[in-house]
Structures are given as C-alpha cells and as structure tokens.
Design a protein around this ligand. Structure first.
Ligand code: F6P
Length: 540
C-alpha cells in the first residue's frame, strides 16, 4: 500500500497554520531570541557536534508539530531500515548502505540474505595495504621513482566528497604527495594539471561507478595518451575504483590495482567507500581516513538511535522542511567560518540537490509541494564581503553557520585590533547570525535592516578527521530525513539523464563532421544548428 502524500496528512495543514502565525510582528526573531531559555530549548549536543537553531523562525508550538510530523512519517524507523540494508531505493531495487562503509562493529549487515561487511572490510584492507606500500616506496612508478602526484579522474559523486575531505584535512597531508582533481571534461583542466605534474611520478586514479561516464572516459583517454607520449605504460601508473562487473572492471585491461565500490552505495554517498578511501589514504594516510570514517560512524549511530527531540540531523531536517515548505524559503546557504571547509557547500550541493531535487514520490505520484532547495555557500568572512548584502537587506535565505573552535594552524598568533586572526573570524561568526536575526531600525531606509532572517549555528571543537566525518554524516542524514518526510526516493537521479541523452546526439553530429568535412547540421533543430555551425566556424 502506498503512503499518503505528506501534504495530505492532517498535520501538514496544522503546520501551515502555525507557520502563518510566524508572520505576526510579535514572532519577529528579535522577540523570539529574547524568550526565556531560548538557546537551551533550541539547541542540541550529540554525535560530537553542537547544533543551535535558536535563531530559526520557529516557536515551541511549531516545533512540537514538526516532531509530530517526524513521528507520523516514521523517520527513525525509515533510517533504521536503511542502515539494516532494506532495499529502500525502490526505483533501482537497491539498498542504500553508505553507513555500512563506516560500520566498525562486529554485526552483520544483510542484503538479500548475504552479509556485506566482509567485502567492505576486504576493500578497506586492500586500500590500507596499497597506500602503505606507496608511502613506503615499495610501489613506485614504472621508472622506479616514488609517486609525487596523484590525479583523481572522476566527476560528481565520484569526486566532490573526496575533494571536500581532502581540502578539510589538507593540514594533515603527507607533504610528499600532491593531489589533483580532474573532473570536468574541459581540456583547460587537463592542460593545467599536465603543466604541474611530472609523468614518471604521477599515479592516476580513475574513479567511476558505472565506468561509462563521458567526461571520465574522455579524461582517461587523455591521461593514457599523455603517459604513452612520455614513454610510460599506463597500466603501471593507473588505478581504478569501480563497481564489480563495470566496463572498467575488465581484467583484460591491466592496471596497477583496482578497488571495488558497491551497488548499494549511491555516488553522492561514496566518499566513505574506495572512492574517497584510495585517494585520501594516499594523500593523508590510511589511519586518518579510518579516523574520518569513525567520526562518521558516531554521527550515524546518533542519527539512528537518538530520540526525535535530541537527534541533530533529524531536527535539522525538520527545520529545513519548515523553512522550505512552510516559510517559503527556497534557498539554503552553508557558510563555514573555516576555510578548510570551503568545499563543503559544493559537496552538499550535489548530495542534497541531486538527492532531493525531485517532483515525484517513491510511489510514483506527482509531488505537489516543492522538494529540495538551492544550496550554495562560501567560507566566512569571504561570504560577508560577497553576497551578505543580499542576506541582510535583499531576499532572505536561511544560513547554516559553521564554527570551528580551534584552528588547524595555531602557531600564528599576531594580533590586530587586540585579537588574533582566529578571534577576528569568531567575532564575525558570532555577530552575523545576531545581525540577521535582530535587524536594525533606521529612519534612513537605505540603512534599515529588517532582521528576522533565520540561521542555525553548528559548532565543532576542531577539524580533526573524526569531526570532518561527523559533519559529513550529519549532512548526509539530514538529507535522507528530508526525503523520508516528503516520501521521495533520495537514492536515484533520473533528472540528470535527459541532458546526457541530448549530448549523445550532439556528440554524434560533431563526430560525423570530424569524419566528413562536408557533413551538414541540417538535421538538427535551427538553434542547435546555429551553435554547431558557429562552433565549427571558430568565431562568432
Ligand atoms: O551525473 C550524475 C552522476 O550520475 C552522479 O550521480 C555520479 O556520482 C556521477 O554522475 C558519476 O558517475 P560515475 O561514478 O558512474 O562515473
């Protein structure tokens, strides 16, 4: 039997009525934040993180209704089903077990009656062995030189999470290895990397679950040609990370080593698999990768076992639904006051927007409320000097502020205006959410700040590998909780297919012209023909 649509259950109407009340003047955030025990009532500590939602435009009555909604949609039950290996990805008939990748317990996790944990552990062991052999110079390039450059070829979920974690933990990296990401098919990217590397000391990691992704295939071809032009055998300088049985999992195409990813892990969740494991272990060391996994495991456990009212990602998901579906905000910014987290927003952008950008329920009904939000972000204080004018006086959007108490580099302590750089950063972190919430009256309308602009503040003690894992798992769990509320399938992404199909047609046209200079584009639609003709003309 199919679930009722979320907006057809009675609680949805009551939530809409409650949200209506939030527009009253007495519900302005400048009043709400002065209420007794506001911070205590609207903040949570758990899974190694602190989550403050006291400056969200919600009151105790609205929050209670949101908990009722969570209960009605059985969010914790659905999360447990997911972690237990049930095939909740119904359109693709798959389990969704990214949590199993960082499960260090002895318990089995069954899919189709088979425990998947031994395979997961075997891949982790293989990653560790390979990374340690490279670090010990037991595995070198084909001319005997140690690897100094690792180039990751992969796109979307086969790239973004790894880049986020690599950037976040760069301070801990093995200084002898430089990590490069080649995701876009844009030849400028290949050229830029080729200019920085040395072929004999470069290891290429081709990461693709399907091994059919056009961008990755094209970049791999360029890499192979580059190695051959430099007199190297690509097989001795290339690793693959792919799913069992993919075109890249072909023993007749030899590589230095190959690592499997699993069909029960979606691309956007795959940083905890060999997708992240291989490059991160080479760049940071396997032990750091494992610490990252263990932090994520702690937040996974929190998300699964903490009661509704104490559950950080679940409450964050409720707030997100409230902001999106009831208060009408369609955008969400993620602003870490920590530059090492600069790739968090691009990663969560894919995670959340590919996962939750849906218009159909898992039962195949059209969803008649908006799901998904537009996510963007930059580190503070850069963001303040970029788009915070809009945040304060233009179109409002909810913001996740992220603060890290202890920076990765603590020996640079010069003071300006009486404070260190890190203290200056924190002065801004503390003041921005306050300014957005309170606003400021001014007879001069150009200097008037309306306030009442919602935000959450997330705190981490430091950017340890564990905390980066916790943060990742928090956003992953929040994303699936949102989907569980909407009743959408957060594990498929058919929305990216149409554009790819059309690109195939255009590619065929271009290939035909490459073969035959007389090939005309007359069969294309007039707009398509114009662009193809212009492209081949080489000028506007
Ligand atoms: O285009 C979206 C997507 O399918 C993502 O979901 C995926 O992470 C990415 O492309 C790359 O896919 P693959 O790992 O198969 O190369």
């Amino acid at each position: 039997m199919s679930d009722p649509k979320v907006n057809e259950i009675p609680i949805w109407k009551r939530l809409a009525e409650s949200a209506e009340k939030m527009n009253r003047p007495e519900k302005h955030l400048k009043h709400l934040i002065k209420e007794k025990n506001r911070l205590e009532m609207f903040s949570l500590k758990g899974g190694g993180m602190f989550y403050d939602f006291s400056r969200q435009r919600v009151d105790p009555a609205g929050l209670e209704l949101l908990f009722e909604l969570a209960d009605k949609r059985n969010l914790l039950g659905q999360f447990t089903d997911m972690t237990n290996g049930q095939k909740i990805n119904t359109t693709e008939n798959r389990a969704a077990l990214h949590t199993a990748l960082r499960n260090f317990s002895e318990s089995p996790v069954q899919v189709d009656g088979r425990d998947v944990m031994p395979d997961i552990r075997a891949v982790r062991d293989a990653i560790q062995l390979f990374a340690e052999n490279v670090q010990a110079r037991k595995i070198t390039g084909s001319t005997g030189q140690a690897f100094k450059h690792v180039v990751v070829i992969g796109i979307g979920g086969s790239y973004l999470g790894t880049e986020f974690v690599a950037q976040a933990l760069q301070a801990l990296a093995d200084k002898r290895i430089e990590l490069h990401f080649l995701s876009n098919v844009d030849i400028n990217d290949f050229g830029r990397i080729a200019n920085r590397i040395d072929p004999e000391t470069t290891l290429w990691i081709v990461i693709s679950k399907s091994f059919t992704t056009a961008e990755t295939t094209a970049n791999t071809r360029q890499a192979y040609a580059y190695m051959q032009e430099n007199g190297l055998d690509p097989a001795a300088h290339t690793l693959t990370v792919t799913s069992k049985g993919s075109p890249g999992d072909d023993p007749s195409n030899p590589v230095l080593d190959s690592f499997h990813m699993f069909d029960f892990v979606g691309g956007r969740y795959s940083v905890s698999s060999a997708v992240g494991g291989v490059p991160l272990s080479l760049f940071l060391g396997y032990d750091i990768f494992e610490r990252f996994l263990k932090g994520a495991e702690e937040m996974d456990l929190h998300a699964r076992t903490a009661p509704l009212r104490k559950n950080l990602p679940l409450v964050a998901a409720l707030i997100s639904i409230w902001n999106n579906n009831f208060l009408g905000y369609s955008t969400q910014a993620i602003i870490p006051y920590a530059s090492p987290l600069s790739k968090l927003a691009p990663h969560i952008q894919q995670l959340n927007m590919e996962r939750n950008g849906k218009s159909v329920t898992k039962d195949g009904d059209l969803l008649d409320i908006p799901a998904g939000v537009i996510i963007f972000g930059e580190p503070g204080t850069n963001a303040q000097h970029s788009f915070f004018q809009l945040a304060h006086q233009g179109r409002p959007f909810p913001i996740d502020f992220i603060g890290v108490i202890n920076p990765q580099y603590d020996k640079f302590q010069s003071k300006s205006k009486g404070v260190s750089n890190h203290q200056e950063l924190w002065s801004n972190l503390i003041s921005q959410p306050k300014a957005l919430a309170l606003g400021k009256d001014d007879a001069d309308r150009a200097r008037y700040f309306p306030g009442n602009r919602p935000s959450a503040t997330i705190l981490l003690t430091d950017l340890s590998p564990e905390n980066v894992g916790r943060l990742l798992s928090f956003y992953e769990a929040r994303t699936v909780f949102e989907a569980f509320i909407w009743g959408t399938n957060p594990f498929d992404q058919f929305g990216v297919e149409l554009g790819k199909t059309l690109a195939t047609e255009i590619r065929q046209e271009i290939a035909a012209r490459n073969e035959d200079a007389g090939h005309s584009f007359n069969d294309s639609d007039p707009i398509g023909k114009f662009y193809l003709d212009t492209f081949f003309a080489g000028k506007i």
